[in-house]
Design a protein around this ligand. Structure first.
Ligand code: ME8
Length: 650
């Protein structure tokens, strides 16, 4: 790993409107990567900012009765307050209206003008005002903008052009020789495909008669600079070019420009050729991630399907929000946000898997070993397996992160957490405590404690507030300041005393759980305020007769098959053998707690004579009995020893 400062950037978001989770996602990706790199011992420079010139901003300000700068000042304050809320650790926030930026744009324009890479020409084309771009006759046969689908107008005017075409072959050669320079691979292929056609030169000016709000061209006072030419330059202006070359040489080339796939061409082609013309190295990697979409496609204000990050943070907390976005999206592909899917992720991964580990172990440690971890030799095969897996998990996590595969990195950690929960089941420390085998008990506790430390250090870039709280719960002093780089098994000191156990991820109560608790189907449980009872059959204190009870036929069933129900994260479709000719199909809301492969073969208690009901198009006939566990999980009721399948339960 080189000593160069890891320089990472986000797009400069348009200061024309407020930000949504799509923008938050790009900035969080850069934040998580920055935190990870710092934890790997590297120096980091993390740049974000605001794109403040151009027609979109000018129009948005006008609509509000403000001057452009009054308008952008207000929005920039909102951008910054969102980044504070999301705990974004940027090193620099650049505004394209700042003098330090404007003077670099002027420098670049002058340099390219003087070297002949910018020229004036009469231009006639079809202009789209909202997109601020020209289209050729061929590109708009129906006179509708291919991007925003609004009408375009024919305009003929003198403009200034950057000789993008001159650098086309150089750019192709660079992208071909550097496979990692545009990621993922599919986006690199997209750019190479685009470059197969001859590139037009880029119109980099706008006459002031049409647009006032921009950086004036140094060689023609009647024009301002095209907003993309201006904005892209931020990546070098913030890095010190050309006035602080010491800083610039430490930072440039950028390690990563994180962007969404919508602005790939501007970054890979416009920016790439601009840098080639300036004689500067190209960024090491442009990473174009996918979009967050809702049921109605890509989020946009005009469609009205925008998810506000502030609301999600207020509802679920910051760290679960940060975690969800990266666990759910395969970086590079699109992902769909739904409330249901958020709740399921939270309950399954955070409340159950991660939160549970601490909640299960710490009270036992306090009860049996006065809350103290003792370092012992690893004697059990399972302990040795956990230690080996911890090391492997760190390696896989680091590899995933270095490759921007955030979700893969997290996947490795969660596989480890799930193995740990099994370790607790297999080693059954509550039994070992009863037998009085304190050496073995210490081995088990230390293994779990050390594993929680491993997990918490790894996930700190994603959950910078709660992961350290897990470390505090197992007693790690803050001063130990564990880093991913130095993470080794066995660093939890002998004699560490655990802190106060507190559930850090309280379960989100879904309608289904409320229904399970109340014993009513979800819809009914929601609709019914008070259970209806027949006065003549049920006494006023809720006591039922033997005959009433006997109306409910309970039996032992054996789960033969289990599979997830498509598009329903909470449901499993089970076929349950209850000794009848055909197994029963039962749809159960347990997918957040049980994986299909874990419950096949299990015996369960089932209500046999429940009226069949259609759930998600599947006829479900029967209901499994479940109970909430002390730590907020859901336990399927099973016989304590194998019983006869199909037998009635009294
Ligand atoms: O394009 N899902 O600014 P912008 C994921 N000013 N990411 C999304 C998203 C979504 N639904 N919506 C937006 C601009 N983004 C220019 C950039 S850079 C020199 C100039 C993110 O405010 C994503 O990173 O329209 C996308 O590329 C960016 O916001 C666009 O932000």
């Amino acid at each position: 790993m080189s000593d160069k400062t890891f320089y990472i950037t986000t797009p400069l978001y348009y200061a024309n409107d407020e930000l949504h989770i799509g923008h938050a996602f790009s900035t969080l990706a850069a934040d998580i990567m920055s935190r990870f790199q710092r934890s790997m011992g590297r120096k980091v420079y993390f740049l974000t900012g605001s794109d403040e010139h151009g027609q979109k901003v000018e129009q948005a300000a006008k609509a509000k009765g403000l001057t452009p700068i009054e308008h952008t000042d207000k929005l920039v304050a909102k951008f910054k307050s969102l980044w504070t809320l999301l705990d974004i650790t940027y090193d620099d926030f650049i505004r394209t209206t700042e003098e330090r930026h404007e003077k670099v744009v002027t420098y670049v324009l002058n340099k390219l003008w003087e070297q002949g890479d910018i020229y004036a020409s009469e231009y006639s084309g079809w202009y789209c005002t909202p997109c601020e771009r020209f289209w050729t006759e061929k590109e708009v046969p129906d006179k509708i903008c291919p991007d925003c689908h609004r009408p375009v107008q024919e305009i003929t005017e003198k403009n200034y052009f950057f000789r993008m075409s001159k650098y086309q072959q150089k750019l192709i050669d660079h992208i071909t020789a550097n496979p990692g320079c545009i990621k993922p691979e599919s986006r690199r292929n997209e750019v190479l495909g685009f470059l197969r056609k001859p590139l037009n030169d880029l119109c980099i000016s706008r006459p002031k008669s049409r647009l006032q709000w921009g950086i004036e061209l140094p060689f023609d006072k009647d024009y301002v600079t095209y907003v993309w030419f201006d904005a892209l330059t931020n990546y070098i202006s913030a890095a010190g070019y050309p006035y602080d070359m010491e800083k610039f040489n430490e930072l440039w080339p950028a390690n990563a420009h994180l962007i969404g796939k919508d602005i790939l061409t501007t970054h890979a082609v416009y920016w790439g050729t601009m840098l080639l013309a300036l004689g500067l190295p190209l960024p090491m990697c442009i990473y174009a991630h996918g979009w967050w979409v809702t049921g109605q496609g890509k989020m946009s204000k005009s469609v009205g399907n925008v998810i506000n990050p502030r609301e999600l943070v207020a509802t679920y907390g910051l760290d679960p929000f940060r975690f969800y976005l990266f666990r759910e999206m395969i970086f590079g592909q699109d992902a769909t946000y739904t409330k249901e899917n958020f709740t399921n992720r939270y309950n399954a991964d955070l409340a159950n898997d991660y939160g549970n580990l601490c909640n299960r172990m710490l009270p036992m440690l306090m009860k049996n070993r006065e809350g103290i971890f003792h370092k012992t030799e690893a004697t059990l095969d399972q302990t040795k397996e956990i230690i080996a897996l911890a090391k492997q998990t760190k390696e896989n996590f680091v590899k995933g992160m270095e490759d921007f595969a955030f979700n893969e990195a997290l996947e490795h950690v969660w596989t480890f957490i799930q193995r740990l929960n099994k370790y607790v089941d297999e080693t059954a420390p509550w039994k070992v405590a009863k037998e009085g085998n304190t050496t073995l008990l210490d081995e088990i506790f230390y293994t779990i404690g050390e594993a929680i430390r491993f997990v918490s250090v790894l996930v700190t870039p994603f959950m910078p507030n709660l992961a350290p709280k897990f470390l505090a719960q197992i007693g790690c002093p803050q001063s130990m300041n564990f880093t991913i780089k130095d993470l080794e098994w066995g660093q939890l000191p002998e004699g560490t005393k655990c802190g106060e156990p507190k559930p850090l991820f309280p379960r989100i109560e879904t309608e289904r759980i409320q229904a399970l608790k109340s014993g009513k189907p979800a819809k009914q449980a929601k609709e019914e305020k008070a259970p209806k009872a027949k006065a003549e059959e049920v006494s006023t204190d809720g006591v039922i007769t033997f005959d009433d009870f006997m109306k409910t036929e309970l039996c032992i069933g054996k789960i033969e098959t289990a599979e997830k129900v498509e598009n329903a994260d909470k449901l499993l479709k089970l076929s349950v053998n209850i000794g009848e000719e055909q197994p029963r199909t039962v749809v159960a809301g347990i997918a957040a707690y049980y994986k299909p492969e874990d419950i096949v073969g299990k015996q369960v208690l089932m209500v046999k004579n429940l009226k069949p009901a259609k759930i998600r198009g599947i006829m479900s006939h029967g209901m499994l009995l479940c109970a909430e566990t002390e730590d907020g999980n859901l336990a399927l009721m099973t016989p304590s020893i194998p019983a006869k399948t199909g037998i009635r339960v009294h």
